[in-house]
Each structure stands twice: as structure tokens, then as C-alpha cells.
Design a binder for this molecule. Structure first.
Ligand SMILES: Cc1cc2nc3c(=O)[nH]c(=O)nc-3n(C[C@H](O)[C@H](O)[C@H](O)COP(=O)(O)O)c2cc1C
Length: 353
């Protein structure tokens, strides 16, 4: 039986434990996408988990959805991220940068160029988004041309190269939670008639091409992907074929030999079991709202290799220490999740020595 506190091989590195900090947007970057000054301390404080997956980070101007999220495609971004990866490595931690293209989950007021957002098809998600002037409806996006889809794949490749230049141990493609990659999966968001729409193979093609391009650029053992089969938020409906799309996708990704697949679990347990069978490298599982007394259960049962936690790590910089000591956890303050400064970011207390 594996314990959450035993080492595990992941890609090129061996992690000291099987706890993962789930990716969490904190919206504290500069307007040009350079990570904020406090980000190095924030992540370094949390280096005791086996792997940190960073907040969603856009691979291009078009990829930005929310206000003041970081990017990883300019020299300033690379310099900013280098401070973060160095601080995490100095504490013995490991860090993958999550590459997040928001697609239609974006508002022109939030992006550097203020242009109409891009997506598989001209279908609005039917929800609102926070902007500098408050909540606004998200407008209808512009469909990417076939050539622009290929350019977007190239943008992901460039961002992955930039992440490695910035000292990251790898990248995680954000294929979950209703953003661009998942928009391609869902017939409710993708009505394309070219090779990126229609059949399961076509709707999975963008994800497979992004993964293949990044694996070629930085190595499959530094490339990974996060998926959330069955997500129904923000107009995403993968339809009856959804589970089959994921079975096909996982089998295709398995051929590439990526470092890990990270499932944010919203779907069915049988599909999760199928993914475990179809996927031969490391599997990370995030079960939203997982109670503390269940931590470690999915590793112990052999269902997955690592478990990811979001809000508990956000609120507990010494999460692994508290867990091992069976100590009380700090509660996360929802009011300081997005934007703001040090409060609710780097001031959560660790246990006193
Ligand atoms: C403040 C906040 C920001 C988030 N941002 C992201 C993100 O950038 N990328 C992502 O894949 N998931 C994001 N998530 C989802 C988390 O990674 C995680 O799946 C979710 O919080 C459920 O896990 P938990 O109950 O352990 O927190 C975010 C969650 C929170 C609370």
C-alpha cells in the first residue's frame, strides 16, 4: 500500500511525497503579465508539497481571460518566473507552470489588446466575468481559422520553451474547466466543420497536437495535461460521447508518454478506472472539496499515484507538515482569492517551530 508520504518518480524527477498543489489563479500579476513581486515567496512557502502546479498562465495575448493573470511568452515574463522557480528550488521543491488559454472565457477589457476573444466557434459561454469595472457579460467570441488553430498550437510550444527557460521543471496544459482546450471537446462550444470539429478524433485533435508539439519542444517527460471529464460549467456539454472522447484522448496521449495526466474529477468513477487502465504514466487526482480524513485514500487504494489539493494548500503553506502531524489547518479566506496584495496570499501562518 502506497502512502502519500512516500517518494514517487514523476517525469525527470523524484518527488519526496505524493501531494500536489493544484493550480490556482490568484490574479496578482502586473498588467503586462509579469508575475507579481510576492509570487516567489508565495510559491516558496508551499514548496513542501511534492509538486507545485502554478496558477493558469497564458501562452499569448489571446490566451488571457481574467484580469492580471501571468503570462509566459515575453522576456519579462521569463525573468519574472525565474525568480519564482529559483525560490521554489532553493526550498527543495518542484514546479510545473500551468499553460492556460482561456478561449471564449475571456473579456476584451481584461486582455492587453482588448480584441474580441477567440474560440472554436462563435458561441458565447452564457455567463459573466469580473473586469476592472465589475461583472460584465462575456461577449460572443470569434472562431479561430484553421491556420490560427495551428498558430495557437505554436503559441503553446513557444510558451513551454519559455517556461523551461524560466527554470520550470515542466508544464501542465490546462485542458480542464471549460477553457480553450475543453471548448474544442464539447459539441456545445465546437460546431466546426474542419479537422478540429465533428468526430471525437477531430474534437480531441487540438489537445493532442498541443501535447505533441510541447513534448517535441521540451520533452514528453516535462509535459503534462489537466482534464476535467464531464464538466458542465459555463456552457460546456460534452454530450453522450463525452466518456468515449476521453478514452480516445487518453489512449492518444499515452502514446506520447507525457509525465502525467491530472484529473480534476467531476465525472464518473468507472471512467476514472478506465483512465487508470489506459494511462501508463503518473496519474494525479483532484477531488474538489475532498475532506481531510480522505487525504491519501486514493493513493493508498492504488487508484492514482498522487493527489492534488487546492484551497487547503492555499491556506496552509506547511500543508504537508500539518497533515503528517495531524495538526489543525487554517481556513481559506475566499475574499482574498483573486487580486489584492499580501493579505490572504503570503500571510497564512505556518505552525510555530
Ligand atoms: C482561487 C482558485 C483559483 C483556481 N484557478 C485554477 C486554475 O488557474 N487552473 C486550474 O486548472 N484550476 C483552478 N482552480 C481549481 C483548483 O485547481 C481545484 O481543482 C479546486 O480548487 C478544487 O480542489 P480543492 O477542493 O482541493 O480546492 C482554482 C481554484 C481556486 C479555489
Amino acid at each position: 500500500m502506497n502512502s502519500i508520504f512516500t517518494p514517487v518518480r514523476l517525469g525527470r524527477t523524484t518527488l519526496p511525497n505524493r501531494l500536489v498543489m493544484a493550480p490556482m489563479t490568484r490574479s496578482r500579476a502586473a498588467f503586462d503579465g509579469t508575475p507579481g513581486e510576492l509570487a516567489a515567496e508565495y510559491y516558496a512557502q508551499r514548496a513542501g508539497v511534492g509538486l507545485i502546479v502554478t496558477e493558469g498562465t497564458q501562452p499569448s495575448d489571446d490566451g488571457q481571460g481574467y484580469l492580471t493573470t501571468p503570462g509566459i511568452y515575453t522576456p519579462a515574463h521569463v525573468a519574472g518566473w525565474r525568480k519564482i522557480t529559483s525560490a521554489v528550488h532553493d526550498k527543495g521543491g518542484h514546479i510545473f507552470i500551468q499553460l492556460m488559454h482561456a478561449g471564449r472565457m475571456s473579456h476584451p477589457d481584461n486582455t492587453p489588446h482588448h480584441r474580441q476573444s477567440v474560440a472554436p466557434s462563435a458561441i458565447a459561454p452564457g455567463t459573466g466575468m469580473f473586469t476592472a469595472i465589475g461583472m460584465q457579460d462575456i461577449p460572443t467570441p470569434r472562431p479561430l481559422t484553421t491556420e490560427e488553430v495551428r498558430q495557437t498550437v505554436a503559441d503553446f510550444r513557444h510558451a513551454a520553451r519559455s517556461a523551461i527557460e524560466a527554470g520550470a521543471d515542466g508544464v501542465e496544459i490546462h485542458g480542464a474547466n471549460a477553457y480553450l482546450v475543453q471548448q474544442f471537446f464539447a459539441p456545445s462550444a465546437n460546431t466546426r466543420t474542419d479537422q478540429y470539429g465533428g468526430s471525437i478524433e477531430n474534437r480531441a485533435r487540438f489537445a493532442v497536437e498541443v501535447a505533441a508539439a510541447i513534448a517535441e519542444e521540451i520533452g514528453a517527460d516535462r509535459t503534462s495535461i489537466r482534464l476535467s471529464p464531464g464538466t458542465t460549467i459555463w456552457g460546456i456539454d460534452e454530450g453522450a460521447e463525452g466518456p468515449d472522447l476521453y478514452r480516445y484522448l487518453i489512449a492518444e496521449l499515452d502514446k506520447l508518454g507525457l509525465a502525467y495526466v491530472h484529473i480534476m474529477h467531476q465525472g464518473s468513477e468507472p471512467l476514472l478506472a478506465d483512465i487508470r487502465k489506459l494511462w501508463h504514466k503518473s496519474l494525479i487526482l483532484n477531488r474538489p472539496g475532498r475532506p481531510r480524513d480522505q487525504i491519501g485514500a486514493d493513493v493508498a487504494s492504488g487508484l492514482v499515484d498522487l493527489e492534488a489539493y487546492g484551497q487547503m494548500v492555499l491556506a496552509n503553506p506547511d500543508f504537508a507538515v500539518r497533515l503528517k502531524a495531524n495538526a489543525a489547518m487554517n481556513e481559506a479566506d475566499h475574499n482574498t482569492y483573486f487580486g489584492g496584495t499580501a493579505r490572504g496570499y503570503i500571510d497564512y501562518p505556518a505552525l510555530s517551530a
